[in-house]
Write a protein that binds this ligand. Sequence first.
Ligand SMILES: Cc1ncc(COP(=O)(O)O)c(C=O)c1O
Length: 489
Amino acid sequence: MSNQDRTPYVDALLEFAQSDPGRFNVPGHQGGIGADDSLHLLVGQTGLTDDIPALIEGIDVGENNSFQEAQQLAAEAWGARRTWFLVNGASQGNQVMCMAVAHRSPEIVVQRNVHSSVIDGMIMAGLKPTFAAPEVDPDLGVAHCLTPRALADALDRCPNAGAAVIVSPTYFGASADVAALAQVAHDRGVPLVADEAWGAHLHFHPDLPRDALDSGADLVISSTHKIVGSLTQSAMLHLGFGDRFEPEIIDRCVSMTESTSPNSLLCGSLDAARRQAAIDGEEMLGETIAVLKEARAELREIDGIDVLDHSLLDNESVIAWDPLRLTIDVRGTGATGYRIAHLAREMANVNFELASDTVAVAVFGLGTGTPARSRRLIDGLLTALEHLEAIPPDRKPEFALPPPWGETAMSPREAFLASQDVVSFREAEGRISAEPLATYPPGIPNVLPGEILTRETLNFIADSIDHGGHVRGATDRDLTTLRVVSTDG
Ligand SMILES: Cc1ncc(COP(=O)(O)O)c(C=O)c1O
C-alpha cells in the first residue's frame, strides 16, 4: 500500500498559497483582498488565502496531478477500486449513483427509508423504483435495516433491476448484514449499492462493524464529513472491485452533478481527513470507543435513561452496531427525546444530532470522544432532566405501524414533471401525490411522488401529527394542502 502519511493535494494548495501568487483569477475576493470584514472574521485570512480555484497546473491539471493522487490515496485507504471526492455531500453521491444505475436499467430496487437524495436522484435519472421494507422496531418506533429475505423478495418483484440500494449503518448505528445482502443481489446479477453515509469510519477499527466495500458492495456512498472530520458538505463515492459499474460512466455522472468550481477547502479537507483516518484512525477510534463504553455505563445508572447497544442485535436485520452513535433511550423519563434534546440545548448549550419521541442521539467522531466531552454531554442531559420536573412531561404518542403504501401510478420523475394541483389535505384521497410524505417516527416515507394517496395513509399521517409526530417532505409544512398531479391532462 502507498504511503498514507502524505497529503498531496493539501500540500499543493499550501505551496501555491505560500508562493505569493498574483491573483487575477477567481474567486472574486482574490485571496481575501476584496473580502468583507465579516468574511475575514468568519473564515480567517488562512481560509481566504487557501480558497484556490480549479484548473491550476500541478494542483488539479496535468498528468498525475495532486488532486488525482489524493483521490487515489483515498481509494487505497478505503479499499476501493476508485474514489471520487464530492463537494455536494453524500446527497450528490446518491444522485450520481442513480444516474449511473439508469445506464444499466430504468428500474431499481430501493430500501424504502433511503435518504431523500435517493428519491431526488431517481427523479433526475427517471428510475422506476420497487421498494423493500426495512425492519421496524415497534418499541422504539425506529426503522432498522433490510433483511436479506426482504431484499430477495423485492428483487424477485423487479427482475430487471439495475441495482439494489440499501442503507447501512442507519442514523441510529444499526448495521445490516451487507455481505449477505450483496450475495442476494449478486446471485441475481444485480449490483449492490450501500448508502454508508454514516459509516466512513468503519474501515479503520477492527471493533467496528465491517464496512460495506469490504462486505462486497459495488458502489458505496460515504458522507465523510459526518464522522471522519472533513469539512461539512465534503463526501466520497467509492467504487468496489467488481465490474458491475463502469468507472467512466460514474466519472461523467460526478461531473454532471458537480459545480465546475469545486471548493479547494472542501476537497483539501478530504485529503487531510483521509490521512488522519489511515494513519491515526485506529488509535483515535479506540479511545473514543473506550470512553463511550464508560459513558454508556454511567448513563444507564440515571433514572429513566437507557442506551442502545447490543440489544440492537435482537432485531433480525441488524448484525452489528456502531458504538460512535450514542443513542439514549429516554422512554423511562416520561418525556420525549425532542423535549429532552430541546432542554439540553436551552439549559446547557448541549446539542444532540437527532431526537425522536423515544431517543436522543449524540454522535462522536475521530478524536472527539474524550472524557471531558463525555462529561459535558452527561451533565447536559442531567441538567435537562432536572428541568423536566418543572415542565409537564410531553404527551407520549402511541406508535402504530403505518398502513401499506399506495399503488404506484407513475414514476417519481413523471409525477415531478407533471402539471400539479394544490388540494386540501382532506380532499387528497385518490389523487396521485407529487411530493413525498414521511412521518417521524419512524421516518419511512408513507407516500412518494407518483403514488396514490389512500384514505388510510392520510388518516395515519393526520393521527401522527395529532400525537406530536412530524411529517417531512411536503411543500406546505402545516399539511393544510398537498401537491398532487393535475387531472387536467
Ligand atoms: C443515509 C443518508 N444518506 C445520505 C445523506 C446525505 O448526506 P449529505 O448531508 O452529506 O449530503 C444523509 C444525511 O443525513 C443520510 O443520512
